[in-house]
Each structure stands twice: as structure tokens, then as C-alpha cells.
Design a protein around this ligand. Structure first.
Ligand code: SF4
Length: 329
């Protein structure tokens, strides 16, 4: 297995994406074992070389805590689950306050995140004010509903750097979406010239290596430059409320395999929720988030789960990364 991992590292550093079979073979390594330690060290080396030792903080502002009629089985906003009793929206001044704190503390990405049907013009309307009030080299990213080519072009023209969008694991089964529609949005984002960011998510214990590989390869084929993995959080009251989370070592293992899988086209690997072991296994992007959080039943006035900018900086630095602003488009 060592020789195979070395060969995958060589291909990654040469810029080559691994084949589906190679990715599955890496994912099949036992998390926490000797081979996995070797894999994670190789991924760390790849991260240092491909990302140039740069670490990035992804700061998501959850704009609307509101029931969403799509009812994805893992999301606290699904209206069927009845978790959101009193809808809340961040007031513009609250949005600016959060963005200011993030920008002043080294955020690379400011992510305006919404439920599926948030009005795009309203969302884009925040951008000129954010830019006017809060200086900095941060990039503005959207995480919102589907975008056709015209909507993607409009977002790009409004100064949006990138869009987070994913074909979620078991899309169409654990969600009511037509997978083709999700993929179309992902392709529209890349075609518009914005950066597509797309993780393998929401990752649970039941997902197979084949599903993980296919999810990653789909993101890469749609042009994603930032990939990675996000665990599914068991929110009480959702259909996955009693499903256990994947373990920290397992998540770090998946992150390591994905870091070696994307060659140099996938330049950054994000992990959520970040751990030291995942950041030492090839991930160089971590998340700070506030407001409406699909992984929680409550609105979060403060940064979620105790991970604020100071903590993110500390964790990335401890893993050997230099906190950086995003690369130019
Ligand atoms: S994941 Fe998105 S689309 Fe699905 S229920 Fe939550 S907000 Fe709606």
C-alpha cells in the first residue's frame, strides 16, 4: 500500500487527478492504521506543496433562519421537521458587524449563506454596502439556491468571487432535488468565471467509498477548485437526528484521500468540522459560521460551536499554515 500511496502523491504533485478506482483504493485504507498514517502524511506534503503552505478561513454568515420547503433530511430548516418556530433574519447591521469581525481577523472568504429560495437580487444587494463599509482583500461567496446561466452571470457581475454548491451524497434520496438540476448549477457557476466550491457532504457512516469517490469526481468535473468533506451533524428532530456522526479519524482519512485525488486543479481542501488531525491530513481551509446554521436547531448569534476567528487562526497555524487571503480569480 505504501508504494501505491507514494505513486498517488507523485501523480498529485504532477497535477494529475486520480482515477475512480485509485480514489476508492485510497478511501479503502483503514482509518487510523499504519497505512492511513502514511496516507495522511503524504496528503500533508501535497497540501503544503499545492497550496503553498497557505491556510484559509471560510466565514459563513447564515442570513435566514427560516423553514425551507425542500425538506432535506439532514437540514434543521426543513419545514416538515418543525424545528424553526420563529423565523429570524440577520438585520443588515448584524451582517455588517459579523463581516467586519471576520474581515479584520483574516477571513479569506465571506460567505453569504441562505435557504434555497432567498431572493438573489436581495442577496446581491448586500455586496456594494459590504464593500463600501468593510475594506479588505476577502472574497465574497454565495451559498444559495439554484443558479441558471443568467443568474450566475448576474452574480459574477455583482462582484461575487465564487459559489458554494454541491451534489449532496444521496441527492434525490435524502433530498427531493433532481441531481441534474444541482449539477447544472455547479456547471453554470464555473462557466460564469466564478470559483466553484463543493464538498463531499453531508458525510455519514453509511456512505460507501464509491459514493464518496463519485461525489468528489463530480465536483472536480464541474470545475471545483476547493473541495473537501463535511460531516453530517445529527440535528435532533430531523430524520438523521439519531444517526451517529462519522469519527474524527475517519473524516481526517477521507480528507487525506481527497487531497491526493484532485491533482493541482483542486487547489484547496476544506474540512468541516475542522480538527487538528484533519488539518494535518491535507485540509487547508476551515469554517467559522454564525446566524442560521443548518447543522443546529438554534439561531447562533455568536460563532458556532466555539470556533471563532482566534480559534481558526490558532488551529491553522498549529497545522503549519500561513493565514492567507484568497488567490486572484
Ligand atoms: S439543505 Fe438547503 S434546500 Fe435543503 S432544506 Fe436545508 S436550506 Fe432547504
Amino acid at each position: 500500500m505504501k508504494g501505491f500511496i507514494e505513486e498517488c502523491l507523485r501523480k498529485c504533485l504532477a497535477g494529475e487527478r486520480l482515477s475512480r478506482n485509485e480514489i476508492i483504493r485510497l478511501l479503502d485504507v483503514e482509518p487510523g492504521g499504519v497505512d492511513d498514517r502514511f496516507l495522511r502524511e503524504a496528503a500533508r506534503e501535497a497540501s503544503q506543496k499545492i497550496a503553498g503552505g497557505k491556510g484559509y478561513i471560510w466565514c459563513a454568515v447564515g442570513m435566514d433562519y427560516a423553514p425551507c420547503s425542500m425538506n432535506c433530511k439532514f437540514c434543521s430548516f426543513g419545514e416538515k421537521w418543525g424545528i424553526v418556530r420563529e423565523p429570524r433574519h440577520f438585520e443588515p447591521e448584524q451582517v455588517f458587524a459579523h463581516v467586519r469581525t471576520y474581515a479584520e481577523n483574516g477571513a479569506a472568504y465571506i460567505v453569504l449563506r441562505t435557504t434555497e429560495f432567498y431572493d438573489l437580487d436581495r442577496l446581491l444587494g448586500f455586496i456594494p454596502e459590504i464593500r463600501a463599509k468593510i475594506p479588505g482583500g476577502y472574497a465574497i461567496v454565495l451559498n444559495t439556491g439554484e443558479l441558471d446561466a443568467a443568474a450566475a452571470a448576474k452574480a459574477k457581475a455583482a462582484g461575487v468571487y465564487g459559489v458554494y454548491h454541491a451534489l449532496r451524497l444521496r441527492e434525490g434520496t435524502d433530498t427531493p432535488f433532481n441531481p441534474a438540476e444541482r449539477i447544472a448549477t455547479m456547471k453554470n457557476v464555473s462557466a460564469s468565471g466564478m470559483t466553484l466550491v463543493s464538498l463531499v457532504e453531508p458525510l455519514g457512516c453509511e456512505h460507501t467509498d464509491e459514493e464518496i469517490a463519485d461525489s468528489f469526481l463530480n465536483a472536480a468535473a464541474c470545475g471545483a477548485k476547493i473541495c473537501g468533506a463535511m460531516a453530517r451533524f445529527p440535528v435532533e428532530g430531523t430524520p438523521f437526528g439519531s444517526s451517529p456522526m462519522i469519527s474524527g479519524p475517519h473524516l481526517a482519512h477521507v480528507v487525506a484521500a481527497l487531497r491526493l485525488s484532485g491533482g493541482s486543479a483542486v487547489r484547496d481542501i476544506c474540512v468541516h468540522k475542522a480538527t487538528h488531525e484533519a488539518l494535518e491530513s491535507g485540509a487547508n481551509v476551515m469554517v467559522v459560521e454564525s446566524g442560521a446554521i443548518p447543522r443546529d436547531s438554534d439561531f447562533s448569534e455568536k460563532d458556532w460551536a466555539g470556533v471563532d476567528m482566534a480559534r481558526a487562526r490558532e488551529m491553522l497555524a498549529a497545522a503549519g499554515y500561513e493565514i492567507s487571503l484568497p488567490p486572484a480569480l
